[in-house]
Design a protein around this ligand. Structure first.
Ligand SMILES: O=C(O)CCC(=O)C(=O)O
Ligand SMILES: [Fe+2]
Length: 250
């Protein structure tokens, strides 16, 4: 659908070069290695779809895709978290961090894997990371993610998750934890094709929907919602540690 490609950043260029290579030399599926049980097979089917769609158009939107038990565990964990576990989200990292109500007003809590649900989530994301590295040679090195709570009326204005040239966030991953979300509840993610696109593609934040997109490529925003909106947002990164500076500096 989105065939237009503008000047790519170095990471995206590398990804596209790898994808072109794959296109000419189809790699064997990982299914034979991983078909240990049904959940792996289901994961593989989903991971293969995400890989294919990222290859074809840079993003993937998969409704009711997150494995049901994982979605339920994450939902319950999100609901059980106390208000004080969440902090106001900001923009920028390390010393560049600033809080900006103009840009975003959601509340977040980083996932460390201390809870069972959080650990299962990191495990699942690790499976996706390994699959994408095998299939697309993306060189994804680490993953960071947080729960996000958007109270009614809160938002995240149009932004990129990574900037060309300095980017080490390669792929953004978002999953939604909102059972029974109605069309007039608002809170859609709007994914834009590029800087000139004002229309975008709207994603309803319904329970189990999985969205992945190249972080440098797609501006996006979260529209204000009428009710509490829960999600997890995460980013796969390449390794940019230099000398003794640890990356990420969080
Ligand atoms: O929750 C969403 O739909 C997207 C959130 C987002 O863009 C972000 O946290 O960077
Ligand atoms: Fe974002």
């Amino acid at each position: 659908m989105w065939t237009h490609r503008h000047a790519l950043g170095p990471v995206a260029r590398r990804a596209v070069a790898a994808l072109t290579f794959i296109g000419k030399h189809p790699v064997s599926t990982a299914k034979s290695i991983l078909s240990l049980d049904d959940s792996h097979t289901l994961d593989d089917t989903l991971f293969a779809r995400i890989a294919r769609e990222i290859e074809e158009r840079g993003y993937s939107i998969c409704p009711t895709a997150l494995p049901e038990p994982l979605a339920r565990a994450l939902y319950q964990h999100g609901q059980s978290m106390k208000k004080q576990e969440f902090t106001s989200a900001g923009i920028g990292r390390g010393e560049d961090f600033v809080k900006s109500d103009f840009v975003r007003t959601d509340q977040i809590c980083w996932i460390t894997g201390e809870s069972t649900a959080g650990a299962s989530w990191l495990d699942w994301a690790g499976g996706l990371q390994r699959f994408l590295n095998r299939r697309l040679f993306l060189g994804l090195f680490s993953f960071e993610s947080h729960f996000a709570h958007y109270a009614p009326g809160t938002y995240y204005k149009r932004h990129y998750d990574a900037f060309r040239g300095e980017a080490n966030r390669v792929l953004s991953l978002v999953v939604y934890l909102n059972p029974g979300w109605q069309p007039d509840d608002g809170g859609e993610l709007v994914l834009y094709r590029d800087d000139r696109d004002d229309h975008g593609t709207r994603v309803v934040p319904l329970m189990g929907t999985v969205v992945a997109f190249l972080s440098e490529e797609f501006p996006h925003e979260v529209l204000p919602a009428q009710r509490d909106r829960y999600s997890i947002a995460g980013w796969f990164r390449v390794n940019t540690s230099v000398n003794n500076r640890l990356d990420p500096p969080r």
